[in-house]
Design a protein around this ligand. Structure first.
Ligand SMILES: [Cu+2]
Length: 460
């Protein structure tokens, strides 16, 4: 399929570039191009998101939609990918949660080349592991709160498992996002973004299509928090969530819970039994956030009326309930690696500079400071957050197992690629160094990674 033919909203400038690209590709005969059509085609171009009739947001999007298209792949089945960049600035696409080589993983810090404006990139990849993954831009935003993850460059990716962990009737994908951020300085001079528009699947509550369900259905909800910086709390009035997987990985102890907490880049896959007919709101638990749009209507067949929202009284979430207790003796073969996070305040009106073990990126990733991994070894990361902010920490190209929670509880079996560590707390995760190549570790909060909260692990 030729993607450019079906782009709904190319701007004039985008169209000019497209023509230029078409000329550039004349070197390849049309038949040859068609014969080698990619399995996955992404076109990055300017786009205006209509979050509501009164909220039009100029941004970048994949294939003219926010979130970008859902891709389904079979685990281990090779895919050809083509990415065309019709934006004004270089772009890169990160395949979050996959075990890819650093040249295509989608982080410049690992050596993935950026795609220049007007250029395209083409490669093959073998998608693994199975589960709910996603893809997103991995560029720098700095003070511009419309760029990088502040914008619309994110989409769903499902790598189909060989077996389904639980029976369900159908799947729904929901993406949480925050828009139109502004840096707000607090009394102590620190700056953080605040947002005046929030959406689920690009729409504010009441402006998108409702999710239409039937009584008795079991719906698998795959929920992604693609927010640049914000943790979100989600509940579904009249219903509960049976959490099956976190970050796409099946949990050892599926549990039914009243609400979900997702920090930036986290995913939850949960089955909802549609056993309470009516018209309901699924949305952000905190009123002031839902008030900016983060909600979606769920409508049973033959039900009408205004959607009902039941306000939960408190925020409840714990990784622990989905994990096994860890009663095993410590494994002496595991290598300990301590990572201490703090910040250096740059002066009033400026942001903090984030540090890992005393140095910011890139100083912490020189041959002298960069952690060196031995292939095949198991590492335990002691994630010590000595700062006054919470950090969703992400390791590229590997899955880790959460082993110790902030309250000291030892757990096992919870495999993730993002873990939230609150201010002043420590958590521990383990991973096996089984994917040689430069590996980026960073805070998934855009303003933190932009200000030094990244580090490259290298293999010996
Ligand atoms: Cu952070």
């Amino acid at each position: 399929m030729r993607t450019e033919m079906s782009l709904p909203t190319l701007t004039r400038r985008g169209f000019t570039k497209l023509s230029g690209l078409a000329l550039g590709s004349l070197a390849m005969p049309e038949a040859a191009r068609a014969a080698t059509a990619p399995d996955v085609s992404l076109v990055i171009a300017p786009y205006t998101l209509e979050a509501s009739p009164k909220h039009h947001i100029k941004t970048l999007a994949y294939n003219g939609q926010v979130p970008g298209p859902l891709f389904r792949m079979r685990e281990g089945q090779e895919q050809t990918v083509e990415i065309r960049n019709l934006a004004d600035e270089p772009e890169v696409v990160h395949w979050h949660g996959l075990f890819l080589p650093p040249e295509i993983d989608g982080a410049m810090e690992e050596g993935t080349p950026m795609i220049a404006p007007g250029a395209s990139a083409r490669f093959t990849m073998t998608p693994t592991p199975a589960g709910f993954r996603w893809y997103h831009t991995h560029t720098f935003a700095g003070k511009n709160l419309t760029k990088a993850q502040y914008g619309g460059l994110h989409g769903f990716l499902l790598i189909e498992p060989r077996d389904n962990p639980a029976p369900y009737d159908r799947e729904v994908f929901l993406g949480l996002h925050d828009w139109r951020g502004q840096f707000l300085g607090s009394d102590d001079g620190y700056m953080s973004p605040v947002y005046d528009v929030t959406t689920i699947n690009g729409k504010m509550l009441g402006f998108g299509d409702p999710i239409k369900v039937k009584q008795g259905e079991r719906v698998m909800m795959h929920i992604l928090n693609s927010s640049p910086t914000e943790i979100h709390w989600i509940s579904f009035s009249g219903h509960s969530f049976k959490v099956i997987a976190l970050d796409g990985n099946v949990v050892p102890e599926p549990q039914t819970v009243a609400m979900l907490r997702l920090s930036p880049a986290e995913r939850v896959s949960a089955i909802v039994e549609m056993n309470n007919p009516g018209v309901w709101v699924l949305g952000e638990v905190r009123k002031h956030v839902q008030g900016t749009g983060m909600g979606i209507v769920v409508e049973y067949a033959n039900s009408t009326g205004r959607p009902t929202w039941t306000q939960p009284e408190e925020l409840v979430w714990s990784y622990r309930v989905f994990a096994e207790a860890d009663n095993a003796a410590p494994n002496p073969a595991v290598k300990m690696m301590e990572l201490v996070f703090d910040s250096k305040f740059q002066g009033h009106g400026n942001e903090e500079l984030w540090r890992i073990n005393g140095f910011s990126y890139p100083q912490n990733s020189t041959p002298e400071h960069s952690p060196l991994l031995q292939a095949g070894e198991r590492y335990r990361l002691l994630l010590k957050n000595k700062s006054m902010d919470d950090h969703p920490l992400h390791l590229h190209r590997h899955t880790f197992e959460v082993r110790r929670l902030e309250d000291g509880a030892a757990i096992a079996g919870l495999r993730k690629d993002v873990v939230l560590v609150h201010a002043g707390k420590t958590a521990e995760v383990e991973f096996v160094a089984n994917n040689p190549g430069d590996t980026l570790f960073h805070c998934h909060q855009q303003d933190h990674m932009d200000r030094g909260f990244m580090m490259v692990f290298r293999y010996a």
